[in-house]
Design a protein around this ligand. Structure first.
Ligand code: SAH
Ligand code: SF4
Length: 410
């Protein structure tokens, strides 16, 4: 999109510490608005946006001076008014197996905001790398097994902040042209494989309650002239905001993951209270109608294994029955306990039995050893809840695996 009909509220520009706003993370419309604000003539704007887009998102430059095809005077004017600053990485942890975790501080978006701290996890595998991003700080929903659910919503992240998470990751793992990848961890390899090839919205927050910003961020992330992530390699995970699922399919066209966790409304009402509003039947109907489903494009159903709560063989059989007719994959997630939680993780044998039933019904249902255990164990130093990150790390692995066999280009 290169329209310059702008809605300033939809594209807030984050202030960097020196008070010049950073252009990094803006949509094409946001960049056009920024250029208009420094009196770039309207007839030039589309062309300038194209140039900036390439330098910011394809080359990953941090300095306007490097934008050699942009007139020198304009480069100077851009530098006078804007930066390409990244949000600050407060902490970085690198696991022996290459898993990386960053604590990122987002600058305040307005006078009332005290800034936001979010965690981002990167999991490399042989032929792909998955980044888990956040869409909100905290969450308005109150899933009883989720640590984020015990925190109030601090605020929505802007599209700019969502995109910045990927740019920070690419900076850190040398995934822009001319950068040298770090030598202290493993990265995926192979012809044409980007270090970050997949994105999952499985960090903090409910992405479908921040729809517009997530949609705008996905437009930037998937733009073929810039960051170029295939939409088939972007997965949005929702606890079941049913009315937004058709719009997700129509406006974002990404892969869909559903946090199901229970097969009966009575239990799901307790685990995922949003179920009282949008019960299982409505949720699964919305899934059935999700556009573009096929065996190669399946919905992921996430199912957290809670001891004695949702982990019986009868639950497994009901899960299989419920999902009949929906191209689906099932991710069984061992529950990660956090201080004060009432739940425990199911015993290993129970998880295996559950997995077997699901497997025998024709669904791959791997339960994998978590990655990055060494750093995750040590991540009490980071601000956000670490147990949850650990759960997500597992989940991301399953996601990455589930994407196996897809032949979509990067
Ligand atoms: N709000 C969205 C996306 C973020 S949560 C959603 O709920 O889908 C990402 C995943 O982590 C969800 O499937 C969530 O249910 C799961 N999760 C949350 N807390 C967990 C825990 N303590 N152990 C294991 N998985 C957890
Ligand atoms: Fe929010 Fe997802 Fe946690 Fe539920 S599981 S409280 S929707 S982040």
């Amino acid at each position: 999109m290169s329209s310059i009909a702008l809605d300033p509220a939809a594209h807030p520009v984050a202030a960097s510490p020196d008070s010049r706003p950073s252009l990094l993370g803006l949509t094409r419309a946001g960049l056009a608005q920024a250029l208009a604000s420094i009196d770039v003539p309207e007839r030039e704007i589309r062309m300038r946006v194209t140039q900036l887009w390439h330098w910011i998102y394809f080359q990953g430059v941090t300095d306007f001076g490097l934008m050699t095809n942009v007139a020198k005077a304009l480069r100077a004017r851009l530098a006078e008014h804007f930066t390409l600053a990244r949000p600050e990485v407060i902490a970085e942890q690198v696991s022996k197996d290459g898993t990386r975790k960053w604590l990122i501080r987002m600058p305040p978006v307005d006078a009332r905001d005290r800034g936001a701290e979010i965690e981002c996890v990167y999991i490399p595998e042989r032929d792909r790398g998955t980044l888990c991003v956040s869409s909100q700080v905290g969450c308005t929903l109150t899933c009883t097994f989720c640590h984020t659910g015990t925190q109030k919503l601090v605020r929505n992240l802007t599209a700019q902040e969502i995109v910045q998470q990927l740019v920070v990751a690419r900076d850190r793992i040398g995934d822009f042209p001319g950068m040298t990848p770090p030598t202290d961890g493993l990265l995926p390899s192979g012809e044409g494989v980007r270090a970050v090839s997949n994105i999952v919205f499985m960090g903090m927050g409910e992405p479908l309650y921040n729809f517009d910003q997530v949609r705008d961020a996905i437009a930037v992330l998937s733009d073929g002239d810039g960051l170029s992530l295939s939409k088939r390699r972007i997965t949005v995970s929702t606890s079941g905001v049913v009315p937004e699922i058709p719009s997700l399919g129509a406006e974002m066209g990404t892969m869909l993951a559903i946090s199901l966790h229970a097969v009966r409304d009575e239990l799901r009402d307790k685990l995922v209270p949003l179920n009282k509003k949008y019960p299982i039947k409505d949720l699964l109907d919305a899934c059935r109608n999700y556009p573009g489903l096929s065996n190669a494009r399946r919905i992921t159903f996430e199912y957290v294994m809670l001891k004695g709560v949702n982990d019986s063989p009868a639950d497994a059989r009901e899960l299989v029955r419920l999902l009949k007719g929906i191209p689906a994959k099932i991710n069984l997630i061992p529950f990660n306990p956090w201080p004060g939680t009432q739940y425990e993780c199911s015993d290993w044998g129970v998880i295996e039995r559950f997995s077997e039933i699901v497997f025998n019904a024709g669904y791959a249902s791997p339960v994998r050893t978590p990655r990055g255990r060494d750093i995750l164990a040590a991540c009490g130093q980071l601000k956000s809840e670490t147990e949850k990150i650990r759960a997500r790390a597992r989940l991301m692995l399953e996601e990455a695996e589930a994407a196996e066999g897809e032949s979509a280009p990067q």
